[in-house]
Design a protein around this ligand. Sequence first.
Ligand SMILES: NC(=O)c1ccc[n+]([C@@H]2O[C@H](COP(=O)([O-])OP(=O)(O)OC[C@H]3O[C@@H](n4cnc5c(N)ncnc54)[C@H](O)[C@@H]3O)[C@@H](O)[C@H]2O)c1
Length: 281
Amino acid sequence: MMMSISQVDPTLAQFLNDRPRRRVAVIGAGAIGRAVIDVLARGGVEGAELACVVNPHPVPDVDVPQVTVREAIRTCDVIVECAGQVVVAQYAATILDAGVDLLVSSVGALADQALLERVLRAGPGRLLFTSGAVGGVDLLASAAVEAPFDRVRVTSRKLPASLLQPWMDDATQERVRTTTEPVEIFRGPAGEAATCFPRSLNVAATVAFAVGDFDLVEVSLVADPAAELTTHVIEAEGPTGHYRFEIANRPSPANPRTSGVVPHAVLRSLSVLVGRPVRIV
Ligand SMILES: NC(=O)c1ccc[n+]([C@@H]2O[C@H](COP(=O)([O-])OP(=O)(O)OC[C@H]3O[C@@H](n4cnc5c(N)ncnc54)[C@H](O)[C@@H]3O)[C@@H](O)[C@H]2O)c1
């Protein structure tokens, strides 16, 4: 269990409690957003106060106002996106231009070059991506500063049902749905992967941002009927060394496309954004 400073010393806890908190809006109340909302609502992130929630349908058991994105921008210091790529595409630049910080879960949205350029020009709000379902990106980003990688590969293995896409023709959908053995359903650069599998390949986009090159990252996506856990193998070779990370995440019971660890990653990213963290970042 993670121990926060406030659990160590009650005087310090009081001091931290008295510090001004940043007003946080959460967009999306699904597998990730609901868990984030619940932790924020009970004051679980030092320096953050849940101010409002944005969701297309009413969210039960929430004591803060449920508002539109535009109202959230007007009243909050930080917006946490847990809704999907469309929301990032539609609102990221507006949020940042209003001076509101934005924490993004749907990292794959920014594989779109035109959107990325627009968002990078926006501000003064700060833009942060959560590391989400993936690990090792800190080390990859550090290594990429020394020199570009020669080769980066992400192999993701998921349950077939979580990989079905509206653009797949009937024959492909049937092949993915009924396969009895692992089948590679995509191989290509990270940008294309994030666009073709918008809810499933945020991991590839996150790795691509870490190494600073979407075209360099080769993605292989495997539909595996035996994949009880969602796995990602990240391999990178470059002048600073060779790296291999293997991640096996249990899917969220609320949404098998999302790993159960992701809300905790989002909350951790948020605490870095709002507080004075004493931790590894
Ligand atoms: N970075 C990562 O590692 C990672 C991992 C998993 C998911 N994700 C991203 O996080 C997103 C959310 O994941 P999830 O599992 O919680 O999805 P989910 O489908 O369980 O929940 C999405 C929520 O967003 C709401 N929503 C949809 N459109 C909206 C809009 N226009 N405005 C406000 N709310 C809207 C939905 O009503 C729903 O409550 C995914 O779409 C995916 O892009 C990122």
